[in-house]
Ligand binder design. Structure first.
Ligand SMILES: [Zn+2]
Length: 345
């Protein structure tokens, strides 16, 4: 098969469109014919060779996959060849204590497909465990379906499972143009919450407004706190949806009302932040970390996707062989929505 191979860690020039061996499903496994694979910032980190992900080269990136069942292992009889599917991005053992408690995103052997969980979807075919296979809604394009799993699962886990978001509460969503920001906006609106959206471009704010954002802030503002306080009539927000890191962390933490929750899933501007502990304990703030989400959560939100409650947003598609250009486009941060690689017939 054709695949995009990461042969050395570093810049996008290390992505090479080349021949690779065809995956063969073993017991409990399925091979999916990849029709679309959405990019995530995770792909850029893995490509650069960050130490958190121990992978051997050559490697195939990509965890957000949609496609069709191509072949199944001998003991997998519930799936039919040609069935349109979405792939759950997380690999868990379903045997450790965390898995048995339903926290399979904290599995001792957890890995993300295309990162530390085996070869991913920058290829014509990918082999995954059968339990990672979820039905794809028929009315979604492959690129829309691939744009759904990681970002919507993460946003749901952050706002609903960890943040316990309730109707009428207010959420500050930072970086609204990103895939996870758009997912957070849709999850929060579905829950009946108010959303204050921030981003660095006017056109992204306009798009966020069309999608239901209640208040808009062009960032990075020196007066974020003042603006949020005015928008919330002196209250502050219930939840900050954070994935940016040091560029926004301290300022956004200060927009929380007493007892509020900052939940974070990323560090696109770096790993270390300033934190005034006195501010945290005196106001009883909660700072929570989020690692993707569980398979059960993903199944639940796929049900909502099938009911049309969510609309994955695709910024731009690239043919598989143009993975390098797709990485450059994502790194340029001009996108609104997901950047997706597609395999045409
Ligand atoms: Zn486990």
């Amino acid at each position: 098969m054709k695949a995009v191979l990461l042969k050395n860690f570093g810049g996008p020039e290390n992505l090479e469109h080349a021949e690779f061996w065809d995956p063969v499903p073993g017991p409990g496994e399925v091979v999916v014919r990849v029709r679309a694979c959405a990019l995530n910032h995770l792909d850029l980190w893995v490509r650069q060779g960050i130490p958190a992900y121990k992978i051997s080269l050559p490697h195939i990136l990509g965890c957000d996959i949609s496609g069709e069942i191509a072949s199944t292992g001998s003991d997998v009889d519930a799936l039919k060849t040609g069935e349109k599917v979405i792939v759950s991005p997380g690999n868990s053992c379903f045997r450790c204590d965390y898995c048995l408690k339903g926290q399979d995103n904290l599995c001792l052997h957890y890995g993300i497909i295309g990162a530390d969980g085996g070869h991913g979807g920058y290829a014509e075919y990918v082999k995954v465990p059968f339990r990672n296979i979820l039905p794809s809604p028929k009315d979604l394009t492959f690129e829309e379906a691939a744009s759904f799993p990681l970002t919507f699962l993460t946003a749901w886990h952050m706002l609903i499972t960890l943040g316990n978001l309730k109707p009428g509460q207010t959420v500050l969503v930072l970086g609204i143009g990103s895939g996870v920001g758009i997912a957070a906006l849709q999850v929060a609106k579905l829950m009946g919450a108010q959303v204050i959206a921030t981003t660095t471009s006017e056109s992204k704010l306009e798009q966020a407004q069309k999608m239901g954002a209640d208040h808009l802030i062009l960032s990075p503002p020196e007066d974020l706190l003042k603006k949020v306080i005015r928008m919330t009539e002196g209250q502050g927000v219930d939840i900050v949806f954070e994935h940016i890191g040091p560029a926004t962390f301290d300022k956004s933490l200060r927009t929380l009302k007493k007892g509020g929750i900052l939940v974070t899933c990323g560090a696109t501007t770096g790993p270390n932040v300033e934190l005034d502990l006195r501010y945290v304990f005196s106001r009883e703030l909660k700072i929570l970390g989020a690692r993707v989400g569980t398979l059960t959560e993903l199944k639940n939100i796929c049900g909502l996707l099938a009911q049309g409650k969510f609309k994955p947003v695709v910024d731009k598609t690239f043919p598989l062989k143009e993975a390098k250009q797709a990485h450059e486009h994502l790194a340029g941060r001009k996108h609104f929505g997901k950047v997706v690689l597609i395999n045409k017939d």
